[in-house]
Design a binder for this molecule. Structure first.
Ligand code: SAM
Ligand code: DTB
Ligand code: SF4
Length: 331
C-alpha cells in the first residue's frame, strides 16, 4: 500500500511548463473540497519528490531599510515612515560569512541574501559578487534578492557563484498596482527573463493575506505556473503585518486558505520546491504539518526573516521536523 506512495524521484530537475494554466482552472482547484485538494496535492508531491525531505534555506538582510520602492507590505520601504526602521549600510563581508556559517551549522544548505534596493547599481554588483563568492566557498548554495536587474548584471552574479535569484511576482497581475506604485509587473517579468537567460535558477513566489480574493490568489498561482520554464523554487509568504505599513490592518487569512494556496502551487508546479516562507510564526505546528502534507518542501530556518522574526526559539524547527519525521535535503 505504502509502496506507490514512496516512489519519489531523488531530485527533480526543471520544469517545462506542461500546460498553460487558465485562471479559471486554477480557481477550480482552489474550490475543491479541502480534503480532496490536499489528497491530490499530496499525491502529486509523492510522485515527484521524496516526501520525507525538506530543503532548508536561511535568510539574511545584507542591506536593510530605506528602499525607494513603495511596496505596501514591506517594512523596508522608505515611504512607510511609521515603521521606524533605520536605513543601514551594507553589512561587512566577514559578518555575512559568519552568519552563513552559523546557518550552515544549523542545517541550511542555501543562504539567501536580500537587499532593500529597487535594483543594484554597478558598484553594488561588485560588492555582492565578492560576498556571493565567499558564501559559495563555504559549500553552500547561494541565493540573492536584489531587485530589478540591468543588462549584464545577472551574468555577473552567475559568474560570482550565484545559484538562485529570488524575484517575486508577489500578487495577482490585476492587483499589482494596488500594492506597488513604483514599478510595473512587466518590470519584474523583464528581470526574470534576464535571470533565466543568464542560466540562474529562479525563486519566484508571492504573498497571500493582503486582503486579496480567492480569484486573486488563483491568478497569482497561474502567473507563476505559466512562467516557462516553471521556477525551481516558489516561496508562498503569508503577509507579516508590520505596524506602520499600509497593510498593517489587513484581515487575517483563514489557515485553510493558506494551505489551499500551497496545495494548488504543488499541483500546478509539480517539480518545483514550494517554500513555506514568511508567516510561520503565526502558524501552529499542526497547520505547518498540513502544509508539508499539501506539498510544501522547503522552509527558512533561523530566528529572523529579513527584518521580522521567524522562530521564537532556536531549535523550534528541528523539533517540528523531528516530530514529523522530516529531514534536511543535502545540497
Ligand atoms: N527588494 C527586493 C525585491 O523586492 O525583490 C528584495 C527584497 S524584498 C524584501 C523580497 C520579498 O520579501 C518580497 O518580494 C516580498 O515577497 C517579501 N516580503 C516583504 N515584506 C513582506 C511581508 N511583510 N510579509 C511577507 N513577505 C514580505
Ligand atoms: C521571500 O519570498 N520571502 C523572503 C525572501 N523571499 C527574501 C522574505 C520575507 C520577508 C518577510 C518580512 C521581513 O522580515 O522583511
Ligand atoms: Fe524595497 Fe523589496 Fe521592500 Fe519593495 S519588497 S520596498 S523593493 S525591499
Amino acid at each position: 500500500m505504502t509502496e506507490h506512495l514512496l516512489k519519489p524521484q531523488a531530485k527533480p530537475t526543471p520544469h517545462p511548463t506542461a500546460q498553460y494554466w487558465r485562471k479559471c482552472q486554477v480557481e477550480e482547484l482552489f474550490n475543491l473540497p479541502f480534503l480532496d485538494l490536499i489528497f491530490q496535492a499530496a499525491s502529486v508531491h509523492r510522485q515527484n519528490f521524496d516526501p520525507q525531505k525538506v530543503q532548508i534555506s536561511a535568510l539574511l538582510s545584507i542591506k536593510t531599510g530605506g528602499c525607494p520602492e513603495d511596496c505596501a507590505y514591506c517594512p523596508q520601504s522608505a515611504h512607510h515612515k511609521g515603521v521606524g526602521l533605520a536605513k543601514e549600510t551594507m553589512m561587512d563581508i566577514d559578518e555575512i560569512v559568519a552568519k552563513a556559517k552559523i546557518a550552515q551549522s544549523r542545517g541550511a544548505s542555501r543562504f539567501c541574501m536580500g537587499a532593500a534596493w529597487r535594483g543594484p547599481k554597478p558598484k553594488d554588483i561588485e560588492t555582492v559578487s565578492k560576498i556571493i563568492s565567499a558564501v559559495k566557498a563555504l559549500g553552500m548554495e547561494t541565493c540573492g534578492t536584489f531587485g530589478l536587474l540591468e543588462d549584464g548584471m545577472a551574468e555577473d552574479l552567475k559568474a560570482a557563484g550565484l545559484d538562485y535569484y529570488n524575484h517575486n511576482l508577489d500578487t495577482a497581475p490585476d492587483k499589482y498596482n494596488d500594492i506597488i506604485h513604483t514599478r510595473q509587473v512587466a518590470d519584474r517579468m523583464d528581470t526574470l527573463g534576464k535571470v533565466r537567460d543568464a542560466g540562474l535558477k529562479i525563486c519566484c513566489g508571492g504573498i497571500v493575506g493582503m486582503d486579496e480574493s480567492r480569484a486573486d490568489r488563483a491568478a497569482l498561482i497561474a502567473s507563476l505556473a505559466n512562467l516557462d520554464p516553471q521556477p525551481e523554487s516558489v516561496p508562498i509568504n503569508q503577509l507579516v503585518k508590520v505596524k506602520g505599513t499600509p497593510l498593517e490592518n489587513a484581515h487575517d487569512l483563514d489557515w485553510t486558505e493558506f494551505v489551499r494556496t500551497v496545495a494548488v502551487a504543488r499541483i500546478t508546479m509539480p517539480r518545483t520546491y514550494v517554500r513555506l516562507s514568511a508567516g510561520r510564526t503565526q502558524m501552529p505546528e499542526s497547520v505547518q504539518a498540513m502544509c508539508f502534507l499539501a506539498g510544501a518542501n522547503s522552509i527558512f530556518v533561523g530566528d529572523k526573516l529579513l527584518v521580522t522574526p521567524n522562530n521564537k526559539e532556536e531549535n523550534e524547527d528541528s523539533v517540528l521536523l523531528a516530530k514529523l519525521g522530516l529531514t534536511a535535503e543535502e545540497y
